[in-house]
Ligand binder design. Structure first.
Ligand SMILES: O=C(O)CCC(=O)C(=O)O
Ligand SMILES: [Fe+2]
Length: 303
């Protein structure tokens, strides 16, 4: 590793915790979410090859330097971005065809070397049963404060495991179940998923994703549930004190399933004081394995 690169001395690890699904979810197998705080280290220096400022401090580029990957993302040129209605994204590892075949392209070296995110993901063992044993595709989403993603499934074109690294600001990540019983409308109502099935808008599980944390969804949480992030500017989280019942936390305060696993003491203190967590820009690296990968020959034939 060149010496001007930040050190990523943490060894790949399996710390963190498996979250058992609450018994009333009806999810078989019981465990289908893994939350790993501090999955990558804080960036302590910047590579010489990158301009230091002012691009990183002006306009929408102003941000938190919390990882080397983040520096690289913010330095990436405009054409690499795809603009969607409510966020923008980059695709790393190659494009997927409509039929679900990956036309592979090399990952940027800042995910294979600085840090070696792919090796770290392999070390979690979450991809052990996947066709390639590691993710071969990453969608990197950028959300500004107030942006989110509607409840959705990632779908069957991927091996049913997704590992998501969060950078930048925190977020609250919800898992939802389908509600095929029209009479089971919840306090938040049910909405149509676009697949003809209704979604129960009361999450089955909500997690506070800390910056630099990894969340891995698999099993029934991947194949039979949806996930989403509300498009809000601030998140109200219930602290364990609130859960006792006599609290004045707002009606929209969320009960999170990973309180005991949180590492960010500042966030925990804010929640305990009943303060909302203000969102700013968040980047998520959603890492998956696409089983079908085209060879050059297939591509030449226009499969
Ligand atoms: O940003 C996230 O954490 C979730 C993104 C997501 O669900 C997706 O890209 O499919
Ligand atoms: Fe998703």
């Amino acid at each position: 590793m060149p010496e001007d690169r930040p050190t990523t001395s943490e060894t790949p690890h399996r710390s963190g915790g498996l979250l058992s699904n609450p018994a009333n979810l009806g999810i078989e197998g019981g465990r289908s979410v893994l939350y790993l705080p501090n999955f990558i280290t804080v960036c302590c220096s910047t590579p010489r090859s990158l301009p230091l400022t002012p691009t990183l401090t002006s306009g929408r580029r102003r941000t938190i330097f919390n990882s080397e990957v983040l520096v690289q993302i913010q330095e990436s040129p405009q054409p690499k971005w795809k603009n969607l209605q409510n966020r923008r994204l980059q695709i790393w590892g190659g494009e997927m065809t409509a039929k679900g075949t990956l036309c592979p392209a090399p990952f940027p070296n800042f995910v294979t070397q600085y840090p070696d995110l792919i090796a770290r993901l392999k070390a979690t063992e979450a991809f052990e049963g996947s066709p390639h044993g590691v993710p071969n595709h990453i969608i990197m989403n950028e959300y500004e404060a107030g942006q989110g993603i509607m409840p959705h499934e990632d779908g069957p074109k991927y091996h049913p495991v997704v590992a998501t690294l969060s950078l930048g600001t925190h977020c609250v990540f919800h898992y939802y179940r389908y509600s095929d019983d029209a009479s089971s409308t919840t306090p938040h109502g049910a909405e149509n998923s676009g697949t003809g099935r209704s979604i129960d808008r009361t999450p089955v599980l909500s997690l506070l994703l800390e910056p630099r944390s990894l969340v891995i969804s698999f099993g029934d949480m991947y194949t039979a549930h949806l996930h989403g992030i509300e498009d809000t500017f601030e998140d109200h989280i219930k602290s364990p004190v609130d859960l006792g019942g006599d609290s004045d936390s707002p009606a929209n305060a969320v009960h999170i399933g990973n309180w005991d696993l949180l590492q960010d003491q500042k966030l925990k203190e804010m929640i305990t004081r009943g303060e909302p967590l203000l969102r700013s820009t968040r980047w998520s690296l959603t890492c998956r394995d696409i089983p079908k990968v085209s060879t050059n020959l297939q591509r030449l034939r226009g499969f």
